[in-house]
Design a protein around this ligand. Sequence first.
Ligand code: PLP
Length: 960
Amino acid sequence: MSFLARHLGPDAAETRTMLETVGAADLDDLVARAVPRGIVADAPLRLPAPMSEHEALTALRRIAAKNRVMTQMIGQGYAETVTPPVLRRNILENPAWYTSYTPYQPEISQGRLEALLTFQNAVMDLTGLDLANASLLDESSAVAEAVLMMRRANRRSTSDRVLVDARTLPQTLAVLRGRCRAVGVELVVADLTAELPEGEFFGVVLAHVGVDGDVAELAPRVEQARAAGALVTATTDLLALTLLRSPGEQDVDIAVGSAQRFGVPLFFGGPHAAFIACRKGFERNLPGRLVGVSTDSSGRPAYRLALQTREQHIRREKATSNICTAQALLAVVAGAYAAYHGPDGLRAIAERVHGLAARLATGLAAAGTTVVHEHFFDTVLAQVPGRADAVVAAAAERGINLRRVDADRVSVSLGEPHDERDVDAVLAAFGAAAPEQDAPEGAWALPGALLRTDGYLAHPVFNTHRSETAMMRWLRGLADKDLALDRTMIPLGSCTMKLNAAAEMEPISWPELASIHPLAPEDQTLGWQELIGQLETWLTEITGYAAVSVQPNAGSQGELAGLLAIRRYHLSRGDRQRKTILIPSSAHGTNAASAVLADLKVVVVATAADGSVDMADLRERIAQTGDELAGIMITYPSTHGVFEEQVTEVCAAVHEAGGQVYVDGANLNALMGLARPGRFGGDVSHLNLHKTFCIPHGGGGPGVGPVAVAEHLVPFLPEDPAAAAADPEAEAFPVSQARWGSAGVLPISWMYIAMTGGEGLTESSRTAILAANYVSARLADVFPTLYTGPGGFVAHECILDLRPLTKASGVTAEDVCKRLIDYGFHAPTLAFPVAGTLMVEPTESENLAELDRFVDAMRAIHAEMTAVAEGEVAVEDSVLRHAPHTAEVLTADDWDRAYPRSLAAYPLPELRLGKYWSPVGRVENAAGDRNLVCSCPPIEAFAAAERAEREEALEQEAAR
Ligand SMILES: *Cc1c(COP(=O)(O)O)cnc(C)c1O
């Protein structure tokens, strides 16, 4: 059987049944009637012929073998680490973890919410700060977020200047320069080891551990910065913090860094979880997602995403950040790594790494080589006048990569897997002898002022899962609380939760791919370059653009890169005033937020009654904007789930007025092989490889958001951060810290395309369109689809209109989502892009039985709603309002609800054979925000809730 037949849910017979239901003769007929003629691709995709799973894995192995696995001591923001096998097998290689969606629906996400809270707790404890979020995209962009956060939060300063430590990672300086330039922040890079320079700054960024390894005392600089009215961010290293005095104790406001060395492979640059932590009072400015603790309908503690209303989805152009997809899966690994090793284990790893660095420094000093910095954690900088290249080459001969700082200096970074033999091999490369024994006690010791005296990671979660059995069961227990693709379809519109095939996933942990340092010499990364080159070529062919960059590590970053390309194109032509971007009202929240970060002014275009862009309003806006028009940002097919007929007209109107057209390609799953945005009017698009191209969603990341551009925008694609770092004067705009962003997950998309080929991709899109139309047709009489396009068909998703029945019954779309949990389903997208509706995207990977199971559930829920509408039961007493039902509630000795228990638990007969039990009842949203708790609650909190409940029961008894 071909891979395609495994990837697609429906087989030939099922496809025929579905076609009959939607009223199409065959797939050709459906597509011909659903997709506007004006955009249809002129030729089939030219991609290599599809391979079987085995053939593709073999081909990829050959490519991967062209990389050279070395002992990596380059450092510079990436450390070698050991991924505990129990975490690799049970998290990274476990679909229960990697196929889950962002935990918006708290009731079916308690497991991953707890895991993310564990990550937050580890970051808070180690940084010594009050709050931490659930990950950011990479360290460099996290620093950029921190800078923008300081600018927003500093009400005392009117300055537009930020001061940054020259010891900051060069890739961070490169990303920061571009991001600051884009929004008019003046970046001053200076040596901050002595005094802060004169002048006013809204913020200061200090490097706790510099790129060359030296550890700085933060407190004196923080005091100076504070006196001058600035806020302070420190970049830091979580492992070092087990030994070093925390940034929080030294009074910094914000701490950022990478959690990569907590068990996440190098992955040739990413994906890795960055972290950001801050003091109390900054929570409403904190970018990304924040897990908090609230209560459920029984008054029990329950986890949820906190402060969701501040998110970009809602705040649009008032957004504080454009981060949507982050690095949830990698944060889960890092949190579990902290839980597995615990405070003592982490400290032991840190001491060992520091001991190896000290051994190296001792050996170098004994041989007369100058060790530049006295106070280091894991990185030693050696002065070797004129010999740097020779030393690096000698180390390479021994299978070790070092960092060539310049012609006279080499740095060496130690990590968890390294040992004395590795250190001695490095010494030999320097021409120094191995020391007779370890560094003498106290040699190269860090002084007291730099050392930590307070404890950390005292919570039971960091002190109970120490045996592998305990860890395995903890992870299993958490995963069992959640709904992911391994249990049910996830019909989330705009999210494309399709199959993440095992064959696609396997290669990501091959050492030939996973153990490569992003700054390794090019002759060691030939395999990676070939793989990425091929993937970029394929994506170019699929989108119809001239070139693609895979650097952006989420859709949001692709948007930023694409909008910056538009802005820079206009600037290059002297059109400084072209700063207004038109965005339809139905756009995804990240669109407007990204526009703000590219310093563009957002003007919203109205939606016509049929859900398409209102052409009259568009023409009016274009006329009003005049020569200030930078362009338009449309989504195609639109987030209304339709192929808009007039898209070519929209593009032409904008082009005529001198604007550029950005086509948000997150919905490319409707277009592959059928139409190409680069051919029907787009100048630039981003794609979401974590939607269309099978990278799993990971519970909220990783992602890859490649940016694709037409010929005239090619010069404005994001630059290599290393090249940008080497030339600070260049007008470069890298958006990720690594040249190829989250390279480590690109093999997934490579495998998908290699195994399906052009025809298979086309078949994927055609089947996805069929599935959406099937669901739409089967539910038409109960929940009509709000918008349809040509021929009365939808694209790859459909918006179900619940509003009339909500009006008649009082049962909300949210009630329906919660009730779907009782039926064992993850909810569709709620209230986006139209309030009171549900957006369903079934994808091509669900077979007919699963689609029907969903339809049956929705029809049964419709009947339940109708009963409320007809007055049989009050909405407050209905099974819908009380959903989801926990086993505990349903087995309680008291039962006085208006419906039988069996109806609550088993509304459809097949549920008796297999049932998902929500671990908590409906979670209160507001309570958690009023009373923000973003650390793991003490175990006593659960006991206290139980006690309160028991007391209440006793009181009730007494009253009776
Ligand atoms: C998912 C999505 C995005 C954002 O992508 P992220 O990777 O989450 O940043 C942008 N636009 C649309 C239409 C989307 O569906």
